[in-house]
Design a protein around this ligand. Structure first.
Ligand SMILES: C[S@@+](CC[C@H](N)C(=O)[O-])C[C@H]1O[C@@H](n2cnc3c(N)ncnc32)[C@H](O)[C@@H]1O
Length: 330
């Protein structure tokens, strides 16, 4: 999942002329704060160097994950054509670029962000894109003002920076503001999955319907040490490589998400929960299914069209197969 060309150019322009040492040092510091889930009252991205590190090392990955989650939500809600977006904890505006790419119906976006450095970056990147954006200062952990209603509300990679009670208040306010869809994206770690499960429980209690990834509203069938997550592959630009001092020209961003909708999804097709394992004439799929159970399914060449579809499935896809509705557990 590559960045749209205009965003890629705007990011490259912001990073032009910055030395590798400076970028790599700032990225290492940022990464240690994220990995440690440090909560010391400061924003992780505070100051110019942290913004540069975020643009180089994190924005391509959070864009890829958020765009992939949006694709899955849009597949389940084909009539959803949002005109307005509210992005809470917007950072440099990553989700607004992903949403504009996924839903060309978008006509405006409101980006709420606590860090002044991030707001400046969001304003700068917004100049590269046609979608009109308003960038507003907001503390998402304080007493939240009543949020104006928007068709689409996004909280991407934000909950991991908050305490449980703050998360709960934010999710409640975000759902009240969402007239169509609330999309939450988190890192694909066991802790990120747990935060999504907590959000899912409170959104279901508030009347939301799960559009994706779960094809049901029953309790999650996965049990630790397993956890639900997906991966989005993204190419690494030269700047990205030098910032991370890496040599592999791509990375797989692990993520987990929840698309909570005001309307029912068009299908309850099973979701592929792991990379499919293909052998000669057979594909083995780990699926979450409409009855709320997780099953391993074996699809063989004898199943004709289903097999041809199964061979092309990727981790995270919904399964549009007759096999999804039959019991042929391996
Ligand atoms: C990891 S970044 C994600 C940015 C963007 N959503 C993305 O996916 O690239 C988390 C963002 O949430 C913001 N944030 C965290 N806590 C916040 C708070 N209490 N109030 C407002 N913004 C906050 C941070 O400043 C940061 O920009």
């Amino acid at each position: 999942m590559d960045l749209p060309p205009a965003l890629r150019s705007a990011v490259e322009a912001a990073l032009a002329g910055i030395s590798t040492d400076r970028l790599a040092g700032a990225a290492a510091l940022l990464s240690s704060r994220y990995r440690g889930e440090v909560r010391d009252g400061r924003f992780h991205v505070d100051g110019e160097d942290a913004v540069l590190a975020y643009l180089a090392a994190r924005l391509p990955a959070t864009y890829a994950a958020t765009r992939r989650a949006m694709r899955s939500a849009a597949e389940m809600l084909p009539d959803f054509q949002p005109a307005s977006l509210l992005d809470l904890g917007a950072g440099p505006g990553t989700a607004s670029f992903a949403a504009a790419d996924c839903w060309p119906s978008l006509a405006s976006a409101t980006l709420c962000e606590g860090s002044a450095s991030m707001r400046r970056a969001a304003e700068r990147l917004a100049e590269s894109d046609a979608l009109p954006r308003t960038v507003a200062a907001m503390d998402l952990t304080g007493r939240l003002p009543a949020l104006a209603q928007h068709d689409l509300v996004v909280i991407a990679y934000v909950l991991d920076e908050m305490e449980a009670d703050q998360r709960q208040r934010l999710i409640e306010a975000a759902w009240n503001a969402a007239t169509g869809l609330l999309l939450i994206v988190e890192p694909g770690t066991p802790a990120g999955w747990q935060r999504i499960l907590d959000a899912r429980a409170s959104l279901l209690a508030a009347g939301a319907q799960v559009a994706a990834p779960c094809p049901h509203e029953a309790p999650c069938p996965l049990l630790p040490p397993d956890w639900c997550h997906f991966a989005a592959r993204l190419p690494r630009s030269r700047t990205h490589l030098r910032t991370k001092q890496a040599s592999v020209p791509f990375e797989d961003e692990k993520f987990i998400y929840l698309a909570a909708s005001r309307t029912a999804p068009v299908s309850r097709d099973g979701r592929v929960l792991a990379p499919p394992r293909a052998g000669s004439g057979r594909v083995s799929l780990k699926l979450c299914e409409a009855d709320g159970r997780m099953r391993e399914r074996l699809v063989t060449r004898r199943e004709g069209d289903d097999f041809r579809v199964a061979r092309r499935l990727e981790w995270g896809d919904a399964l549009p197969l007759a096999v999804n509705r039959r019991d042929n557990s391996a």
